[in-house]
Design a protein around this ligand. Structure first.
Ligand code: FUC
Length: 825
């Protein structure tokens, strides 16, 4: 009997251990559903940076919606408005005499592009696989494994279990669909391809379809992006035949489908590639490889990036439910793994939509099923495009940053002509939108477009890549772009009459208008512009110093910084959004532009400028929490920088609010669609990326003189760990915390230099090296923060001191390539 009980206990243990393993392995990094997608916002995304697909997973008809990232409306073009040059002094005069409405009229007439408001990113079309007699099924599952980047659908019909496995391979540049069944001879279906831009579809032999198409016209520009798609079907067993633009497979055992797509796009000025040849050249080598090899190579390549970061915030039973239900339940259940999944999904999306050599992730990343997408799925550079890249460095995906760096390089060339034609200025400029043709002129109307700051913000990504990796050769290649961006503002900035400050004029605080002149947003010297330029000028100064060049130019930048408007705290104790105290405490506008200095900038921070951070906090409270998806994503980062983990978590909770997949209305409130895509609404990928970066900033920050470990952990993340986050100055971290105390910290130093850590509890160094309590400024130059101009604080502003929790600050001298292990004392 005793033996029997022992055996039973052992079996029970083995069983529960097995279950625990299953729960951990099976559910953690998967999006799971128990029904097919009816709508696009339920379908699941795969991508290899260039090719993207959304998979619906219906048993009787699989729909795979396709994208290729260079398929955009129109062709090479420019949209500068030359009338601006003569109108510039008039507009400035009107602004400086308070005639904002009149200034706005002139801007709309003479500055905003007369043609070409930006081209739309377009869909290739859909592959449809029609399976007869599969309307009634059981055991349906559909999942996206974001650790392997594979989508799987499985279900049972009449005792046969069918499985579809789909992925987009980076090494082999094709999308692969694998169909299997639990019994031989049961796979019967027909394949077709359609799309609004398609010109022709035909069969090539019995097992291939070829689709040809061209992008649509855009205003007066002819559609010139040609594309070719080939769908090759390989069956094992059964029969295959091609007929009337379809391929029919009957009674096969296994089927593999290879999808190759290519365009004639070489770069924004050149459409001379041969799309057909490219398409074949991608396909042929892929067909030489076995399915297993293509799949393994795909997983290896994807995991090279993905596995760099692991996050554990704890587990709960909630993760057993399907993803849509978990989003629905999130606000009232404890589901830390949904946060982990959402965080890692952002990294998955960046790896899948932004690969070196390709286009950067646009407003929808890589995924768009329309011919004219919402906001054309362009690059909105007054927040959205930059937000896409916030997770790139901190979450250890620096290579994924490269397409954005290339975009900035392109714009620095295209934008030179804009600077000259429109403003008679040196350097380069771009406004609030650009597209694959790298337009740089202002679009959409002055409310949005009259913002000559896109280049200045984007350029800071050039610096960010250096700040995390310290590669001086890289810095040398991007320095001329930083310099040329600064040259534009040195020429363009003008003295305003009241305080004699040098300002950007005309401009807007993105998409917002002061309540005092509601109908016009036009203004000068806005806080965001000043903060962006403070960042750009100081980063350029630093780059010049590192490269030992341009001392006179550095002096001119220094002089300009001293003449710019200081940060100002207004009568409500808030950080002013505009040059005058026009802020309305009831203004809940989605853009929080004036808080640029808190995040992504670092002009305002907890340890350096606590009073200003307190004013920024007041502004953030005025703006409220719930807003568009991307706005909430930004606020997660902002609350993290305000060291308030609970408020940051509140924003994550607001973001993880289930939005009806049918709701795409632009004035709905934001949240998350069932497929974990951010709902602005409509779908915009920026909110995904913003939240991923915000979660990282809650756990580790490196902008304020030290590597700050668990600076903004909410009460509910009592214990957890994260490995692989990167800090400025080439430090890679592994962080383990328990009961809100750092238990263990491992730091790998890539570049060497002083490593200053800020921790909530005393630590000791367990590995070789010496640790000391930090005093004075951090001598590591990556941690040197520029001095800010004395802010102007309204005398009765009633500013509170920013409350700082007790922390411990240590210094350790590091050697390149060495790892340092700290434990709690
Ligand atoms: C800006 C935002 C909108 C939207 C659009 C693409 O205009 O204000 O909310 O995100 O970009």
């Amino acid at each position: 009997m005793i033996k029997f009980v022992r055996l039973f206990v052992l079996l029970l243990l083995a069983f529960s251990f097995g279950n625990a393993l299953r729960a951990q392995k099976g559910d953690k990094l998967k999006l799971r559903y128990d029904k097919p997608a009816k709508l696009w916002n339920e379908a699941l995304p795969i991508g290899n940076g260039r090719l993207g697909a959304m998979i619906f997973g219906s048993p009787s008809q699989e729909k795979i919606q396709l994208n290729e990232n260079s398929l955009w409306q129109g062709g090479p073009c420019r949209n500068d408005n030359p009338d601006a040059l003569a109108a510039l002094p008039i507009v400035r005069q009107l602004i400086f005499s308070g005639k904002y409405d009149e200034a706005q009229n002139v801007v709309n007439k003479s500055f905003i592009s007369k043609k070409l408001q930006g081209a739309s990113y377009q869909t290739v079309g859909n592959i449809l696989l029609s399976f007869p007699n599969q309307k009634i099924y059981t055991g349906y599952t559909r999942e996206l494994d974001i650790e392997k980047a594979i989508e799987t659908t499985s279900y049972t019909v009449s005792g046969v279990t069918y499985k579809r496995e789909i992925f987009a391979s980076k090494p082999d540049q094709v999308i692969v669909v694998r169909l299997t069944a639990s019994k031989p001879g049961h796979i019967t279906f027909s394949t077709e391809i359609n799309g609004s831009l398609q010109i022709s579809v035909k069969n090539i032999g019995r097992d291939m379809l070829e689709q040809k198409g061209i992008s649509s016209d855009y205003e007066n520009i002819k559609g010139q992006v040609k594309f070719s798609t080939r769908v090759k079907v390989i069956n094992s067993g059964g029969e295959i035949k091609g007929d009337s633009s379809k391929i029919k497979v009957t009674n096969a055992n296994i089927v593999t489908i290879y999808v190759s797509i290519a365009t004639n796009f070489k770069n924004y000025n050149d459409l001379s590639a041969n799309d057909s040849l490219r398409c074949i050249n991608y396909l042929i080598p892929a067909l030489q490889k076995s399915y297993e090899k293509i799949k393994n190579d795909h997983i290896t390549e994807f995991q090279k990036y993905f596995k760099r970061v692991r996050l554990d915030l704890g587990t709960s039973k909630a993760s057993e439910l399907t993803t849509d239900v978990r989003i629905k339940n999130f606000s009232h259940t404890f589901d830390p793994e949904l946060v982990t999944l959402f965080f890692q999904f952002g990294r998955y999306l960046l790896i899948s939509s932004s690969q070196p050599g390709g286009q950067p992730a646009n407003l929808q990343g890589l995924w768009n099923d329309q011919v004219i997408a919402p906001w054309d799925s362009k690059y909105t550079v007054n927040i959205n495009t930059e937000m896409n890249y916030w997770p790139a460095e901190i979450t250890n995906l620096s290579e994924m940053h490269d397409p954005l760096i290339q975009l900035v390089k392109d714009l620095s060339i295209a934008g030179k002509q804009t600077a000259k034609t429109m403003y008679g200025a040196k350097g380069w400029v771009t406004h609030h939108n650009t597209d694959i043709w790298r337009i740089c002129g202002p679009v959409d109307g002055s409310f949005w477009g009259m913002w000559p700051m896109g280049g200045a913000w984007l350029s800071q990504h050039l610096w960010a890549k250096y700040a995390f990796n310290g590669d001086k050769n890289y810095l040398k290649t991007v320095y001329p772009i930083l310099k040329s961006a600064c040259e534009f503002y040195l020429d363009f900035m003008v003295e305003e009459p009241k305080h004699k400050w040098m300002v950007v004029c005309p401009s807007v605080s993105p998409e917002n208008a002061p309540s005092v002149h509601l109908n016009s947003s036009i203004s000068d010297g806005t806080t965001m512009d000043n903060e962006i330029l403070f960042g750009l000028f100081n980063k350029t100064i630093k780059a010049a110093q590192i490269l030992n060049t341009d001392t006179n130019f550095v002096d001119s930048l220094r002089e300009m910084i001293l003449k710019m408007p200081p940060l100002q705290v207004g009568k409500n104790g808030q950080l002013q959004e505009w040059i005058e105290d026009w802020d309305n405490p009831k203004d809940t506008h989605r853009h929080v532009s004036h808080l640029f200095g808190v995040y992504p900038g670092n002009e305002i921070s907890a340890y350096k400028t606590p009073k200003l951070l307190s004013a920024a906090r007041t502004s953030l409270i005025f703006r409220g929490d719930v807003s568009t998806g991307w706005s909430m994503g930004w606020k997660v980062n902002l609350w993290a920088r305000m060291l308030d983990g609970n408020h940051a978590f509140k924003l994550i909770t607001d973001q993880l609010t289930l939005v009806d997949p049918a709701s795409t209305s632009m004035d709905g409130s934001g949240g998350t669609y069932p497929n974990l895509f951010d709902a602005c609404p409509p779908f915009q990928i920026d909110g995904n990326f913003g939240c991923t970066s915000g979660i990282a900033e809650m756990i580790m920050q490196s902008h304020d003189g030290a590597i700050n470990i668990i600076p903004a952990i909410p009460d509910s993340w009592k214990s957890g760990s994260i490995t692989g986050l990167r800090a400025r100055g080439g430090f890679e971290t592994a962080i383990y915390w328990e009961n809100h105390q750092v238990k263990k910290l491992i730091i790998k130093s890539v570049l060497g230099g002083n490593c200053r850590i800020r921790v909530p509890n005393p630590m000791v160094l367990k590995s070789k090296g010496s640790i000391s309590t930090a005093v004075g400024e951090n001598v590591n130059s990556f941690y040197e923060n520029p001095k800010i101009i004395q802010p102007v604080i309204f005398s009765q502003a009633g500013l509170n001191d920013f409350e700082l929790k007790k922390t411990y600050l240590y210094d350790i001298q590091t050697i390149p390539g060495k790892t340092y292990v700290f434990e709690s004392k």
